[in-house]
Design a protein around this ligand. Structure first.
Ligand code: WTA
Length: 658
């Protein structure tokens, strides 16, 4: 039996076992969502959530307006995100409740931040930002690691009505500079460096390079965290402590700015199918309501819940499910600064045991990494506090799902596989713990009011059980993107041009006989490496940007741990041959241009690329080569021998890798 047949057989066996996973009767009885949850009228549901879950300065008058492809939600309302996340909880007597158990990379570095502490920190930061001239409508960039000052900065900015963009700390100076320019940010908040496995990972030096390309940035605030040496530019750069520490923490003297429901809250840049990242627009009320509502039901949040989303705030998962959703719900969260293997591979399980975490939300890549390390690290700790486990960012293979439930969840906990995207803002497809019958590998059912479907090529809905097609959403949902920043044409083109008035997600999917959704990965030139979205074209342009590269084509192959891995085929100028040194140099070059997350796992040097007679690179064939598959149809190739040559070289490269 081949490996592939064996895998299929294993998966089939797992699926047969799926009925092992009904909601347990105990759990169902106390879960937030009960029988009849899905029978509610969606508009009434979202109307009630909007009125009851959020606090308004002026209540909204109209639930939604749908003028495809543009949606507005909770029209006519005045609201402030920071007020909903922080101040009202203190006013309601929850000041002593823990908002974040923050844990630094050094296990001795711990902070307990209550809602009252959070309010004081946010007010001080907001006063400092005002002092710099930041106010309603000022655009601000944020480039920080997982420190408490990151959510504090986001909240302080929303308090005074300043939209921001957080750029993940692993991005390069070019990526940061490009985003600062695109949003025309006037200020940047950063830190000296972030801790990574005992060493400072410099951020301010990268921010300096980025600011050199972004003339709109007038001032930069720098938090001291890792102690690495940084240059400070007089008149532009300020230490966080100089600016913030002496400010007043009197909340009444620094009120929350009333914002329109549809005012810009933040931009999140995301890789698309062309080189330039897209500025995904999220506005205030719909985003807050969508994230907080899904957070409440899908993670079954209770007053006593200790919730941990082990993502990075630099991505949408962190925005929606570390910052805004949990804080609107006055939840207690864990926030951790660094990697799962520092100082040892049981760091996560140690954290869960110490804080008695009840909900863990992480990416399949992390689960597969823990699988590779072995369950003994988890078994050393008491994980019996866990009640719900969540997964996000990539398809979760049934083996990983079952391992997660058995070894981390002690065979007791529901696993909620949540499907959504940067553009969606909130989870769109997910089981509800205690209610939905779970299936390892399936995200199961659309959330209330989410009109998800699978379309065929002609835009006809594929009925349950009848095959795979395009994942689409037929109407608006509260936290959906409101557009791409300054690029209406691209917004229409990317998401709304394939099918009429229907959102194209870019994923393949199928719905089974029970109406459960199975997400099958990207159908476009977007790759998903460790749950990070990367664009093939972006990496190709980074490679071609190197002075010695003539041409490059990038594709993904599957990888047991990271889901997918980047494979680059490169032609060097002047017909030069590649070498391991050149390969290392090109990988570093990609890290410099985009960020270390985009480094190709393999580089195959080749004298030619397979092209059609019209000169288009046939990525499909390169993918076959990368995956070691029999080659697909090569009849449209200009020169069919090219692929054999590349396959030979790819094999040599793979053998070298061992
Ligand atoms: C993939 C992350 C299968 C998908 C929140 C999507 C998933 C892309 C799942 C969005 C899941 C996310 N099952 N695939 N549960 N969750 N994806 O924008 O391909 O970083 O299009 O948002 O991740 O990635 P993004």
């Amino acid at each position: 039996m081949t490996q592939a047949q064996q895998n299929n057989q294993n998966i089939a066996a797992l699926l047969l076992e799926q009925r092992r996973y009904p909601p347990s009767a105990d759990f169902a009885a106390q879960a937030n969502a009960g029988e009849g949850f899905y029978d509610q009228d969606p508009d009434t549901f979202w109307e009630n959530e909007g009125r009851n879950r959020l606090s308004w300065f002026t209540p909204f008058t109209t639930l939604k307006q749908w003028d495809p492809p543009f949606a507005k939600w909770y029209l006519g309302g005045k609201i402030n995100a920071c007020y909903n996340c922080v101040d009202r909880h203190v006013e309601n007597g929850l000041g002593a409740k823990v908002a974040y158990h923050w844990e630094g990379e050094n296990p001795a570095d711990r902070l307990t931040i209550t809602y009252a502490d959070l309010q004081q920190r946010v007010v001080k930061a907001a006063n400092a930002f005002k002092h710099l001239g930041i106010g309603k409508g000022t655009h601000v960039g944020i480039y920080m690691g997982m420190v408490p000052e990151l959510p504090v900065t986001m909240l302080a900015l929303t308090r005074i009505g300043a939209p921001f963009t957080v750029v993940f700390g692993g991005f390069s100076a070019d990526s940061l500079g490009g985003r600062l320019n695109d949003m025309q940010c006037e200020h940047l908040i950063t830190q000296d460096g972030a801790w990574r496995r005992g060493k400072p990972n410099p951020l301010k030096p990268i921010a300096d390079e980025a600011m050199a390309m972004a003339p709109s940035v007038k001032s930069c605030v720098v938090l001291r965290r890792a102690g690495n040496e940084v240059a400070m530019t007089d008149g532009r750069d300020h230490w966080w402590s100089d600016l913030v520490d002496g400010q007043s923490d009197d909340a009444a003297a620094c009120p929350c700015e009333p914002m329109d429901s549809e005012d810009l809250l933040f931009l999140m840049y995301s890789s698309g199918t062309t080189g330039k990242p897209k500025g995904v627009v999220h506005t205030t009320a719909g985003y807050l309501c969508g994230t907080a509502t899904t957070h409440h039901y899908i993670f079954d949040i209770k007053p006593e819940t200790v919730y941990w989303c082990a993502a990075d705030i630099g991505w949408i998962t962190g925005h929606s499910y570390i910052v805004f959703g949990p804080l609107v719900n006055a939840a207690t969260s864990v926030m951790y600064e660094s990697t799962p293997d520092y100082p040892d591979k049981d760091r996560w399980w140690d954290i869960i045991e110490r804080y008695k975490v009840t909900v863990l939300y992480c990416a399949p890549t992390a689960i597969r990494t823990h699988m590779k390390w072995g369950p003994e690290y988890a078994h050393k700790h008491d994980l019996s506090s866990l009640k719900v486990l969540g997964s996000v960012g990539e398809p979760i293979n049934p083996e990983a799902w079952v391992w997660y439930r058995d070894h981390i969840g002690g065979g007791r906990t529901p696993v909620v596989d949540t499907w959504w995207q940067t553009e969606n803002g909130m989870i769109l497809v997910s089981p509800l713990p205690g209610l939905t019958t779970l299936k390892p590998g399936s995200a199961t059912k659309p959330f209330i009011g989410v009109q998800a479907a699978v379309f065929d090529n002609d835009g006809k809905e594929i009925p349950p059980g009848e095959g795979a097609g395009f994942m689409v959403v037929k109407g608006p949902w509260p936290a959906m993107l409101r557009g791409l920043y300054n690029d209406e044409a691209r917004y229409r083109d990317v998401y709304w041009s394939r099918f009429e008035n229907t959102y194209l997600a870019g994923d393949g999917a199928r719905v089974d006989e029970d109406g459960d959704f199975w997400l099958m990965g990207r159908i476009d030139d977007v790759m998903n490496v460790s749950g990070h979205r990367l664009s093939t074209i972006e990496i190709e342009s980074a490679l071609v940007d190197h002075p010695e590269v003539a041409e490059a084509a990038v594709t993904a192959r599957s990888d047991a741990i990271t889901g997918q891995a980047v494979v680059a085929y490169v032609i060097l100028k002047g017909g030069k041959d590649g070498s391991p040194e050149k390969s290392a140099e090109l990988r570093e070059h990609v890290a410099k241009v985009i960020g270390p997350i985009a480094k190709p796992a393999n580089i195959v040097f080749t004298p030619e690329l397979p092209k059609t007679r019209s000169g288009k690179i046939m990525r499909r064939l390169l993918k076959d080569v990368a995956e070691n598959r029999t080659l697909g149809d090569t009849t449209t190739l200009a020169d069919a021998s090219v692929v054999d040559e590349i396959a030979q070289r790819a094999k040599l490269e793979a053998d070298k890798e061992g």
